[in-house]
Design a protein around this ligand. Structure first.
Ligand code: OMP
Length: 269
């Protein structure tokens, strides 16, 4: 199951780093631009250069859907499974809709793309999450306290003495984890909230975006976010890693950036 696969990847590579595969065609290095599948070629080289340093890869669907590159998304996920089957893939689509539609979104993530886990928006409630959660072998990562500046407009509203993001954390811990496959998204940009959510959910792994380009504080995240076994975090960096270089050696540069991030994180573990 997903949590076990993630634990093994944490241990094997001694890493909490997730590389976000968010390729923007206009930013790709010249050396891949003339390939038949430039996005796939870019991803493949980054994956080959970093697979022993990461605990997961997270392709963000918008970069593929928005650039008519869904075939390359499928090729990327298939490539990871075929060559590095121990590394879980997070399908970042943040889906959320009524149950009948959510059924199809779950099929998209788990049957069409064969991802190990998916990000979902839980703000439509339990019936919209169920189609995902019922894939007991796969992970479901629900938005809790997001990394973006305006996230607090709704997530931090106090309802019945409690911030909404804390209510989401409580629901995850008490209601949505019936298959032991729920995780939460908690942004690195809000470490105080991250610590509060860790108190509510002592064992649930968190996907933590917001390192690098968004300015999240790694030390603060590690101080309050680790689980008792000194893991429990999947710390994503996309632009900070995939655009570390822009020449022929871009993949080597992405490796260096990944290794630096892994070592920085491990220093605080
Ligand atoms: P970088 O800022 O380039 O590292 O990218 C961050 C990645 O994490 C993007 O793919 C975002 O869609 C994703 N993300 C956030 O930045 N904030 C969130 O609160 C949640 C996510 C996510 O679910 O991954």
């Amino acid at each position: 199951m997903f949590i076990e696969k993630l634990k093994k990847a944490w241990e094997k590579n001694n890493s909490l780093v997730c590389v976000g595969l968010d390729p923007d065609l206009s930013k790709l290095p010249e050396c891949v631009k003339d390939k038949e599948f430039p996005i796939f070629e870019f991803n493949k080289q980054i994956i080959d250069a970093t697979h022993d340093l990461v605990c997961s890869y997270k392709p963000q669907v918008a970069y593929y859907a928005g650039q008519d590159a869904e075939k390359e998304l499928k090729m990327t996920i298939d490539y990871i499974h075929a060559n590095y089957p121990e590394i879980p893939v997070i399908f970042d689509s943040k889906r959320g809709d009524i149950g009948s539609t959510a059924d199809m979104y779950a099929k998209e993530a788990f049957d069409r793309y064969n991802a190990d886990s998916v990000t979902v928006n839980p703000y439509m409630g339990t019936d919209t999450l169920k189609p995902f959660l019922d894939y007991a072998e796969r992970g479901v990562i629900a938005l809790c306290r997001t990394s973006n500046p305006s996230g607090d407009e709704i997530q931090n509203l106090i309802v019945e003495d409690k911030a909404i993001y804390k209510h989401v954390a409580k629901m995850a811990n008490e209601k949505w984890n019936y298959n032991n496959n729920i995780l939460l998204v908690v942004g690195a940009t809000y470490p105080a909230e991250l610590g509060e959510i860790r108190e509510i959910c002592p064992d649930i792994p968190f996907l933590v975006p917001g390192i690098g380009a968004q300015g999240g504080d790694i030390e603060a995240v590690l101080k309050v976010g680790l689980t008792a076994d000194k893991a429990g975090l999947v710390i994503n960096s996309s632009r900070g890693i995939i655009y570390a270089g822009n020449g022929e050696d871009f993949a080597q540069k992405s490796r260096e950036a990944t290794e630096t991030l892994r070592n920085t994180i491990n220093q605080y573990r």
